[in-house]
Design a protein around this ligand. Sequence first.
Ligand code: ROI
Length: 167
Amino acid sequence: MSVRCYIGLGSNQADPADQLKRACTALAALPQTQLVACSRLYCSAPMGPQDQPPYINAVALLNTQLPALALLDALQDIELNQGRQRKAERWGPRTLDLDILLYGDQHIHHDRLEVPHYHMHARAFVLYPLAELDPELILPDGTALQAWLEKCPAEGLTPLADQPAQG
Ligand code: ROI
């Protein structure tokens, strides 16, 4: 059985828009997985330390038969393949970040994985691309995505020229 799974993509190093396009191609090639859709790319002001470049963000929708932790392993492989290095600085710049935002309507509490992603409700660079894919989305706790959006201004978030991340 396939699970609808939303992935957050972010980069602010080494040609971020290209990082996201390559990541979408890699997501489409995952085993037991279909890439259903990818949002536009958005430019966003850095959250956290301000002495780093702006980010490019997007959200992808997958249908996957991979268990959540196998999917996490696969995403981390893509991050490493694209040159990501784990650094000491917690909220520092990154070549590629792939986060499981939602895995069906499951709540997952694991050492390696927290789903829904714990910061997503307050991050414009996650919520607006997500709403582009499914404006009517209801979160696993029963909250409407629109309710989160109303509390999260789109400040510092700009869609890049209408150019899908893949296609
Ligand atoms: N800020 C923005 N705008 N986009 C990100 O993807 C992002 N990712 C992060 C931190 C450092 C929190 N800031 C970010 O991990």
